[in-house]
Design a protein around this ligand. Structure first.
Ligand SMILES: [Zn+2]
Length: 140
């Protein structure tokens, strides 16, 4: 059974990780591989360039699974591989157009967030106005 590196997605034989690897080869947190020989010398920017956004999200899910099922090694590995198999299937369907659509969707989300922020700011101003109103009359 393979355990995926939650940083770069490289699958590693569980036995190798637990029993054969040199100390320092893997950075482990319970069942989750946080860094592996494949990615330990890479910067976060390099990882970001190598691993797509969908995959990064799946790997994040794997980390959560590893934490949640830390006592159940086989269960955690099975769950993690299930998540990643779904991801590989997604990637097969994806072509560049889809990636572009995803990027645009992300951008739209960002703009929406920005709009929300502006709205929040506007709300604050209105509340301030309301606060000022009764005081003016109270002092008049
Ligand atoms: Zn790795």
């Amino acid at each position: 059974m393979d355990i995926p590196c939650t940083r770069c997605g490289e699958p590693w034989e569980a036995y190798h990780v637990k029993h054969e690897a040199e100390p320092g080869d893997f950075k482990l947190e319970g069942m989750a591989i946080l860094a592996c020989p494949c990615c330990k010398n890479k910067t976060n920017a390099q990882i970001k360039a190598d691993v797509g956004p969908t995959m990064r999200q799946r790997l994040q899910e794997c980390k959560v699974i590893a934490e949640a099922l830390g006592d159940d090694e086989d269960g955690a590995i099975t769950e993690m591989n299930g998540v990643l198999e779904a991801s590989y299937r997604d990637d097969d369907d994806d072509d560049d157009d889809d990636d572009e659509a995803d990027d645009l969707e992300d951008e739209a989300d960002d703009l929406e967030d920005e709009a929300d922020d502006l709205e929040d700011e506007a709300d604050v101003e209105i509340i301030d106005d309301c606060k000022g109103y009764p005081y003016e009359h109270a002092t008049a």
